[in-house]
Design a protein around this ligand. Structure first.
Ligand code: CP
Ligand code: NVA
Length: 312
């Protein structure tokens, strides 16, 4: 792997890839910076600290929140963006990720990528000479989970010692929650149909590092006493629409009956987009325990924490 230097050419590059590649003080710093931006402070001494910086964003899958929050965040901090949608670049015609990384690094200050295979994110980060940000892969979605953590902390304080329950598909978002368990001291309970559980290596690795993660078949058991209940789509982008999913996942729907087993002041979160009537009911999405709009807003603030950590 080549060691590249960024941030004025003297300090090692700061990639934002996954929570298992970042330390707890760094994550804390990003969260605190994001919160300070939300409060209208200027943690970097200027209200345009990213002036002159351009972020390239490669989207191989669709996006609303990630695209708009990164673009708004860069522009609000004085920077700019170039959005590269699927089909826009020569990646689709066989130019390698490594060569794309080398070239984009000559034009922009950082690269965000939303893609399928995590190996593409890895290759980009190995060959880029500017910071690379993981905007979602088939495996993980760390920008989202940092915004979720920020949202919980705003409403309820520290996650340490709390119970976080996931009910649904064992996907990229829950994988990042599994990795987060190593850093934030909460207990993570995941209820999923056995065939749709998250990858064993995520669970094993987190447990080996002290993360408290357990798998459940019964969503009621997982949610009982939880302080935060989470779910996500039954079918993530790019995955095969297998007819068996709705039947397998229906018992994991987050509805009022399931929420009734959580702690009385439990919060509900969903990374969005939601499929109302499938993984979550209107009653829960629009109910008093739901903080999904704060969660979506916090994507903007946390992106500022991530971007300034990568670039300044
Ligand atoms: N939650 C999230 O990442 O949303 P988008 O797919 O709209 O970016
Ligand atoms: N798990 C979902 C998250 C979307 C933000 C997906 O990958 O489609």
């Amino acid at each position: 792997m080549n060691v590249s230097f960024g941030r004025k050419g003297i300090l090692p590059l700061r990639h934002f890839l996954d929570f298992d590649r970042l330390d707890t003080p760094t994550l804390r710093q990003i969260l605190d910076t994001g919160l300070r931006y939300k409060r209208g402070e200027t943690p970097h001494g200027s209200d345009k600290p990213l002036a002159g910086h351009i972020l390239a964003m490669i989207f191989e899958k669709p996006s609303t929140r990630t695209r708009v929050s990164f673009e708004a965040g860069m522009k609000q901090l004085g920077g700019d963006v170039i959005v590269l949608l699927k089909g826009d670049t020569q990646l689709g015609r066989g130019e390698t990720v490594a060569d794309t990384a080398r070239v984009l690094s000559r034009y922009v200050s950082a690269i965000m990528i939303r893609t399928d295979a995590p190996s593409k994110l890895q290759e980009l980060s190995e060959y880029a000479t500017v910071p690379v940000i993981n905007g979602l892969t088939d495996d993980t979605h760390p920008c989202q989970v940092l915004a979720d953590i920020m949202t919980f902390e705003e409403h309820r304080g520290s996650l340490a010692g709390k119970i976080v329950a996931w009910s649904g598909d064992g996907n990229n978002v829950v994988n990042s929650w599994i990795q987060a368990s190593v850093h934030f001291g909460f207990e993570l309970r995941i209820a999923a149909p056995p065939v749709l559980r998250p990858g064993e290596h995520f669970v094993d690795k987190a447990q080996a590092k002290g993360g408290r993660v357990s798998l459940y078949k019964d969503p009621v058991e997982a949610v009982t006493g939880a302080h935060l209940v989470l779910t996500d789509t039954w079918l993530s982008m790019g995955f095969d629409n297998d007819d068996s999913r709705p039947k397998l996942l229906a018992p994991y729907q987050v509805n009022s009956a399931l929420m009734a087993h959580a702690a009385p002041d439990a919060l509900f979160m969903h990374c969005l987009p939601a499929h109302r009537g499938e993984e979550v009911t209107d009653e829960v999405m629009d109910g008093p325990q739901s903080v999904v709009w704060d969660e979506a807003e916090n994507r903007l603030h946390i992106q500022k924490g991530i971007l300034t950590w990568c670039l300044l």
